[in-house]
Ligand binder design. Sequence first.
Ligand code: SAJ
Length: 404
Amino acid sequence: MKNKPSVVMIGLGYIGLPTAALIAKNKEYVHGVDINPSVVDTINAGKIHIVEPELDSAVAEAVAEGYLKASTTPVAADTYLIVVPTPFKGKNEPDISFVEAATQAIIPLLKKDDLYIIESTSPIGTTEKMMQLIYTSRPELEGELNIAYCPERVLPGNVMYELVNNDRVIGGVDEKSTNKALDFYKKFIKGDLHRTNARTAEMCKLVENSSRDVQIAFANELSLICDKADINVWELIELANKHPRVNILQPGCGVGGHCIAVDPYFIVADYPMESKIIGKAREINNYKSFWCAEKVQTAKLEFELKHGRKPGIAIMGLAFKPNIDDLRESPAKYIAQKVLQNANNEQYYIVEPNIESHTVFKLTNYQEAVEKADIIVYLVAHKEFKELQLSKDKVVLDFCGVLK
Ligand code: SAJ
C-alpha cells in the first residue's frame, strides 16, 4: 500500500472482511489484520476465505486498487476497528480475550484524537473495560481518544446489502466519542445511525438476538403442546397471526447459528437472577432438538413393531437454517448425530442439498433418499424439499413445516 492507512481492521472474518471491503470501496486505505497467515495471504491475493455473495468481487477490487491490504500485525492509523470473535469459556461464559489481545496490540500505536471502535458482540461493560486497559498503559492519552461500541446486525447471506442499508446503533464512552464514531460510519452507511452510550449499544446487540430466541422458544413450546394436544401447530400459528397484534414465529428443530443461540448467554452469565425468560428460552430451544431426536427413535421402534423389519430413515437437512450451507451450531446436525448414535442396523440416508460432501456424514441425494426411506424426517425447510411428492405409505416427521 503506497498510502498510509486511515483504518485498521482487526479480525478479517464474516463481518470484518466485508466491512473492510466496504470502507475500501469508499476510497479509504484499510489495513486488515488477522492472526491466521493463510487468511492474510488469501486476501492479499484478492481472494476470500468465506462464502458470502458479492464479497469476492468487492475484495478483489479493493485489493487490486490498493485500498485494502492484509497483514498479521497492525500499523498506525487514525481509526481502529475491533471485529474479532467472542466465544465461550467454561459453562457458557463469554470470553473477551480476543478483544483484549487486539486492544493490547494497538495500544502502542494510539495517538491523540484516534477513534477506537469495538464491533464484536460483547458482554455489557466491555468497552469501558477496554478504555481502562488503554488508559492504564497510556495515561497521557486519558480523555484524548474517542472510544465507542457499534454492533453489526447483518444477516449471513445478505451481508453486502445489509452492511450498507441497515440502521446502526452507536454508543460512545462520552459525547465526543459518539460524534466521532457517527462521522466515521456516516461515510459508508446509508441506514440511520442512532446515538446512545456504550453500555446500551452493547446490550442492544444482545437483546436483539435474545428477543428472537425468546420468540422462537414460544413457537417451539407451542409445538410441544400441540403435539400432545393433537393440533397442527402450523395451522394454529397461521390462525393466531390473523390477529392484528399477534406475530408468532415458526417452530423448528431448535435454534442454531453463531448469534441467536449464543448471545443470550452473554446476558444470562452476568445477570442470572434477573434473566429468567432469556435463560428459559435457551433451555426450551435446546430441549426442542433433544425432543426431535427422541421422536425419531420412537418412530423407528413403532415402525419395526408394525412391519417386523428395520426401517430406512431419511434425515432431511443439516444446515442451521433453510437454503444455506452453514452447519455451525446446527440443531439439525446435532439431531442427525444423536440419531446415528442410536442406530441399530437401520438404513440411514443423510441429506443436505447445499453441500457436496461432508467429513462425517455420507450424503445422499434428496430425491433418492425419500424414495428409498420409510421414515422421512424433515429437519430444515430447504426449498428443494417442498417440491417433493411423497407416496402415502411414508411415515413423515415434519419438525420444520415443510408440508405446512
Ligand atoms: N428460526 C426458527 N424459527 C423462526 C426463525 C428462525 O426456528 O421463525 C431458527 C433458524 O432456523 C436458525 C435460528 O433460528 O436455526 C437463527 O436464524 P435467524 O435467521 O433467525 O438468524 P441468524 O442467526 O442467521 O442471524 C441473526 C440475525 N438477528 C436477528 O434477526 C435478530 C441477524 O440480523 C444478526 O446480525 C445475526 O443474528 C448476528 O450476527 O447476530
